[in-house]
Structures are given as C-alpha cells and as structure tokens.
Design a protein. Sequence first.
Length: 61
Amino acid sequence: MYLMFVHPKTGSQGSDNITDESKAYLYKKVLECIQSEDLYKLSLDDSKKTIKFDKLVSVRS
C-alpha cells in the first residue's frame, strides 16, 4: 500500500501555499518512485524529533 497526502493550507491573506501544478508534479513524482521501486520507509528517531528515511532494498508484493 502506498500513501501520499498533500495538506494544502490557506494563509491569512487567503492564498494557497501550493499550486495545483505543484500538487500534480508531486503526484507524478510519487508514481514514478513507486514504478521504479525507489521507495523509503519513514520513521521517527529515538528522540521522536527527527524523521528517518530508510531506503527499501526490495518491495514485497
């Protein structure tokens, strides 16, 4: 299972912080990574303050 979530926010001036073009780019980039199996497992370090990115060597089907 692959999950991706883009959380667009609206600023105090009413403008979005990410354009539709940027969202489309992110979706395409994630799809490319899934297809090429260039995937990472994200987890918190022991201090619970830093996200660790561990590259997955193989993907289970």
